[in-house]
Design a protein around this ligand. Sequence first.
Ligand code: COA
Length: 707
Amino acid sequence: MTDAVHYQREGRIAVLTLDRPPINALGHELRSALHDAFRRAQEDAGAEAIVIASRTRAFCGGADIGEFGSELTWRSPTLPELCDALEASAKPVVAALHGVALGGGLELALACDYRLADAGTRLGLPEVHLGLIPGAGGTQRLPRIAGVALALEMITSGKPISAAKAQAIGLIDRLVDEDPQVAALAYAEELLETGAPRRPCAGINVDTSGLGDDHFAEVREGLGAKTQGYVAPLACVDAVEEACRLPLDAGLAREREIFQACLDTPQARAQQHLFFAERQATRVPGVDPATPTRPIARVGIIGAGTMGGGIAMNFANAGIPVTLVEREAAALERGLATIRKHYEASARKGRLSEAQVEERMALLEGSLDDTALADADLVVEAVFESLEVKRQVFERLDAVCKPGAILASNTSTLDLDAIAGFTRRPQDVIGLHFFSPANVMRLLEIVRGAATADDVITTALKLARTIGKLPVVVGVCFGFVGNRMLEPYAREAHRLVLEGASPAQVDGALTGFGLAMGPLAMYDLAGIDVGYQVRESRREAIAHDPSYNLIGDRLYALGRYGQKTGRGFYRYEGRERLPDPEVDALAAEIAAELGIERREIGDEEIVARCVGMLVNEAADILEEGIAYRSGDCDLVWVNGYGFPAWRGGPLRYADEIGPARVLADIERHRDRLGAYGEMWFTPSPLLRRLVDEGRAFADLAPATAVS
Ligand code: COA
C-alpha cells in the first residue's frame, strides 16, 4: 500500500489526488498508485466521472528522470500504459492542473478528456532538453488536440506555455481563479449534467490541411543552427510527422520506438546529467541550506565598463536598484549610455516595452563618489584585474560600506582570500564571477573564500536565482574552475599551431567536436592583449616552457590584438574571419627557433590533447576540493565556455568514453611529445585512481570542503 495517490468520492465524482512531493515525478510507485486508484474509480459503481488533481505544489513535473536507464522505467504500469488506460476510461476524466504540467505530467493530462487549470499553470513537453522525445503520447496527442504547428513548437523547443495561451489553442478547456481541484469537481458535475461526451484522442485525426508537401522538411531545416549537434529535436519532428500519417495506436507504437532509441544514447545521458548537476550545484558542503539569507534591497557596482554595466543590468532587470560608481564622469556617462543602448535594442526587438526601458533605467543611479555605496546591501566590484587595484577598492569599501554589507569581487583569476584580507571583514567577502556579456551569460561562479560566512553563500545562491543565473560554488585558486581549466586547453591549442596545425584546423577540430567556438578564434574575440596580460601576471609559473603560448606573445608584440585590430590568429574583413598565411609563417619561424618539428596533425590529436587536458585539469581541481563534484566542472564549461551540452561537459564526456581512454591518450601524448610531453602531460592522480578502481567521475562522492 502507498499513500502516493489519495482516493476520495465527492458525490458521483471520484477524485484522485497525486501526493508525491515535491513535484509528483512519475516513478514506478506513483504510477502504480495512480493506476490502482484509477481502476478503483472505474469499478466504483457510484463514480460517474473522475478528477485527477494534485496535493503538492505542482500537478506533475513528468516522468521520474532518476529512473531513466534502470528497469523501473519499463516496469508495468509504464507511463504509456497509464496514459492508454486513461484514454480507454469508461467514464469522463478531468485533469485539474496547477503549478506545472510538464513532460509525462502533460501527457497524463492529454490522455484525459477535459483539462482545467489555474492561471499560473505552465504546460510543456521539455523532454528535448533531456535528449529525448515525449514518450507517453505527447507527440501523438498534442497535434490532435492543439494542432501541428503548436505541437512542433512546444515539442522541439521544450519551452512551456502559459495557461492563457494553452486555453487560446484549445489545450485547456477552462481557466479558473479558484482552487483547481474544487473547480474541477464543479466542472465534472457540469459535464455529467450536460451529457458531455468522452473525448478520446483516437477519435481525432490530426488536421493536416494547410501543411505543404515540404512542411516537415522545412521544419527540420528551420531547426538548423539552433539545434546543431543535437539528435532529439529532429527525432521530435519525426514523431510528430508520424502523428500526421498514422492512426493513434500505430503512432503511439512509433513514438515508443523513437523514444527508446533516444533514451539509450550518450546525448540523453549527458543532458540528464546536466539536469541533476544544476540542481545539485546549489548544495554546498558544510552549509545548511536553511541558513537565513541577508536582505538585498540595493546593490552597488564599482566600474561602469562592459562588465560592470552588464552586471548592473542583471539587477535592474530583477527590479533591484543599483548605484553605479565610476571615477570619471565621462566613463560613467558612457557606461549608462551603453546600458540604455542595450535596453533600447531589446525594445526594438519587441522584448521590452518603452515603459520597461525607462523603468529599468530609473533603477540605475550613477555616482562619482563611492560614499554613495554606504547603504548598499551588496557591492560588486568590476574594476581592472590587478591585485593592487583591488586592494584600493576593497580598502575603500571596508571604510564606506555599512556593517553586514556583502563585498563581492568579479575577479576571474585573482586570489579572493588576498582580496578579503584587504578588509577587516573577510567573512563578508565573496567572489561573484560573471561571464561576459554579463547580462546574457547564465553562469555565475560563486567563489567561496576561506573566511566567507555561510549566510553570505546562501544569500549569493538565492540572489543568483533572483537574477536568473546558474550558480556554481567554487574554491580559491588561480582562475577558479572555468579559467583554470581553460589554461591547459588553450595552451595545447597554441602549441599545436607551432607543431604544424593551422589556427583554422585547431578551431575546426574543436568546433567539429561541438565547441561553440574554437579557442584561437575566442582569443581573437576576447583580445590577444588580454591573454598576454594574464600571462604577464604569472610568468614564473610558465617560464620552464619557452613555447608556452609564444605565438600569442608574438602576435601581441606585432599589435595583432585580434578582432579589434582586424588581425590576430586570423585576419578579418568586416566580421568575416579569414586564414592568414602570415600567422602560419610566424608559427613556422617560432618552431624553427625552438627546434619544434612541424608535421601533419590529425583532428583527432587536436581533440584528444585539448579536451584531454581539460579533463585532466578538472580532475586536479576535484582532487584539491576546488570544485565539489564533477557536475560542477561540467556546468561551468557548458554554460561559460561553449562546451556542447549534448556531451554533458568535459567530465561527463570522459565518463562516456571511459576514464581509461582519457588516461591512455594522455600517456600516449606524453611519450610522443618528448620533453614537452614530460612537462605537461602528467596524468592527474585522481584520473589514475579512477582507472585503477574502475570508477567514473560521476561515482565520486562530493567533496566536503573547499580549500
Ligand atoms: N524527475 C525526477 N526528479 C525531478 C523531476 C523529474 N521529472 N523534476 C524535478 N525533480 C526533482 C529535482 O531534481 C529536485 O530534486 P532535489 O530537491 O532533490 O534537487 C526537486 O524535484 C525539485 O525540482 P527543482 O527543479 O529544484 O524545483 P523547481 O520548482 O525549480 O522546478 C520543475 C520544478 C518541475 C519545473 C523542474 O524541476 C523541471 O523542469 N523538471 C523537469 C521536468 C521535465 O523535464 N520533465 C520531463 C521528464 S521526461
